[in-house]
Design a protein around this ligand. Structure first.
Ligand SMILES: Nc1ncnc2c1ncn2[C@@H]1O[C@H](COP(=O)(O)OP(=O)(O)O)[C@@H](O)[C@H]1O
Ligand SMILES: [Mg+2]
Length: 226
């Protein structure tokens, strides 16, 4: 089985990496029937791993036993290699949730990632730090002889329609600087965290408008890695 290793990652906290890694894993597994493992490398918080346990606790014992869920593995710099090797070739996707700073955990994790997706917003400081992060990855991981990294893709998260013009100016600036920007954006929607984000179920169908947009974002992600 051909395995793709993906991470929604960036050098900034609170921009939606963890939320979107969970949603991506759940979309691939529960809506598309893919084999997925989610590696939680956000040592020592392990917020995804803990979230999964809380979600399971809320189920009835019987349901818990029957539920077929994708594995979530907490990993450290010491166990990452072993864990990646354990799943490589056995799943369609390995998704990695990394910490929000360029520390040892992140660098170790990035050594295995093939496709990187970097979320950012419209704040000017974020734009500078995002372009710097892009260049760091490009120079150190992409333009490298033994490279594992195959693509770096940027996208807007928490996109606000009222800032549409600002976003389109930014898109143009990035295009001019030949930084690859995705077509799709992820809008700022409370439902994404309150209803959609969970590790046990797919994104709800036919409930809200936001679901189609989120799904078309994931469609683009899947196209870019295949
Ligand atoms: N598209 C979005 N719309 C609304 N809230 C979002 C969106 N993406 C992320 N959030 C919220 O932003 C906060 C930070 O997200 P999180 O995924 O923890 O970021 P990170 O992993 O980058 O630190 C969380 O409260 C999350 O629910
Ligand atoms: Mg996070």
């Amino acid at each position: 089985m051909e395995t793709k290793i993906i991470s929604i990652v960036g050098e900034k906290g609170g921009i939606g990496k963890t939320t979107l890694n969970i949603l991506l894993a759940s979309e691939l597994r529960y809506a598309r029937g893919k084999k997925v493992v989610l590696l939680d490398m956000d040592d020592p918080q392990y917020s995804i791993y803990k979230k999964r346990n809380r979600e399971l606790q809320l189920l009835e014992t019987e349901e818990r036993g029957q539920k077929d869920v994708y594995p979530i593995e907490p990993v450290t710099v010491a166990t990452i290699q072993k864990t990646v090797l354990e799943y490589y070739g056995r799943v369609d996707y390995i998704i990695m949730d990394l910490p929000g700073s360029l520390n040892l955990e992140m660098v170790k994790g990035l050594l295995y990632v093939e496709h990187v997706f970097i979320p950012f917003g419209h704040d000017e400081l974020e734009i500078d730090s995002t372009s710097n992060f892009y260049l760091t990855l490009k120079n150190n991981f992409l333009d490298n002889d033994q490279r594992v990294l195959k693509s770096i893709n940027l996208f807007f998260n928490k996109y606000k329609l009222v800032r549409k013009n600002r976003f389109s100016e930014l898109r143009q600036q990035f295009r001019d600087a030949t930084i690859p920007m995705m077509e799709s954006v992820v809008k700022d929607k409370i439902i994404y965290k309150e209803q959609y984000r969970n590790t046990l179920y797919p994104i709800p169908e036919g409930k809200e408008e936001g679901e189609k947009e989120l799904k078309s974002f994931f469609e683009e992600v899947i196209k870019l890695v295949n």
